[in-house]
Design a protein around this ligand. Structure first.
Ligand SMILES: CC(C)(COP(=O)(O)OP(=O)(O)OC[C@H]1O[C@@H](n2cnc3c(N)ncnc32)[C@H](O)[C@@H]1OP(=O)(O)O)[C@@H](O)C(=O)NCCC(=O)NCCS
Length: 156
């Protein structure tokens, strides 16, 4: 497997992975109608992937095709892991860990001392994954699509 900066040809696959994850993992957490509305909205208006810069960049993990992606940002010296999605058929195989390792190399390279991320309070698997990486629950807030979420923070 290898992790590299996302490229324009991977964008559609990244959106498909995101939708497939919502379908597979979020459906039992937030219910059918909300998931279907989110997927429909994203299909109508696909996520806009910004061009990679020093401040915002996307990573893909590849292993005979794109298996997952992460979106990272640095704003006012603070890191933000905006998104992390692995193809539901490929979770639990270390792809998320590979992305996380690379994202943190990139954050360190940019002099970041603190990184935050958000995930649904109900997304216990992802929370376990982030905590294993040294993230700590900081505050509960309404985030993406106004779902109750944890903001998790990792100090570097
Ligand atoms: C969370 C996620 C990014 C982790 O990536 P991954 O490639 O599956 O993770 P890895 O194989 O590197 O590591 C696996 C570890 O993550 C944790 N984990 C991740 N997802 C889990 C789940 N759904 N249930 C239980 N544990 C999970 C476990 O601790 C697991 O360790 P274990 O196998 O020893 O129990 C991935 O599962 C995913 O994309 N999930 C759906 C979307 C999502 O929730 N994204 C994050 C919030 S926006």
């Amino acid at each position: 497997m290898r992790v590299r900066l996302a490229y324009s040809g991977a964008r559609k696959r990244m959106n498909d992975i995101c939708n497939a994850d919502w379908d597979a993992f979020y459906r039992p957490l937030i219910g059918d109608s909300k998931v279907e509305a989110m997927i429909k909205k994203q299909q109508r208006k696909p996520r806009k992937h910004k061009r990679n810069t020093k401040h915002v960049w996307s990573l893909v993990v590849e292993d005979k095709g794109v298996k997952g992606f992460a979106v990272c940002e640095v704003k006012r010296g603070e890191g933000h892991l905006i998104a992390m999605y692995i193809d539901p058929k490929a979770t639990g195989k270390g792809y998320g860990s590979a992305l996380m390792d690379r994202a943190f190399d990139d954050f360190r390279e940019r002099g970041v001392k603190r990184v935050r991320t958000e995930t649904l309070v109900k997304n216990k698997g992802a929370i376990r994954f982030y905590e294993r990486y040294g993230f700590r629950k900081k505050q509960k807030l309404k985030y993406m699509h106004k779902f109750m979420s944890w903001r998790l923070v990792r100090e570097l």
